[in-house]
Design a protein around this ligand. Sequence first.
Ligand code: FES
Length: 71
Amino acid sequence: MPRLIRHDLTGPIRIDPQDKPVFICGCGLTKNFPFCDGAHKICANEEAGSLYEYDAESHAVVQKTPDTMDQ
Ligand code: FES
């Protein structure tokens, strides 16, 4: 069953419990879940108040609509 999952973060979540930091994906676009693979860079120019839908494979923007849930 397909589903849309809302992700508001545009970058990774840094965790420092080990010798070197671990970056957990916060944008939802990684292909190496749960780890950041750098795919979040395409979120850098997202406009506030807009909802973006990305193609799962190419990460191209499929649709951009006003975000009616953004308060
Ligand atoms: S935060 Fe998602 S790929 Fe980096």
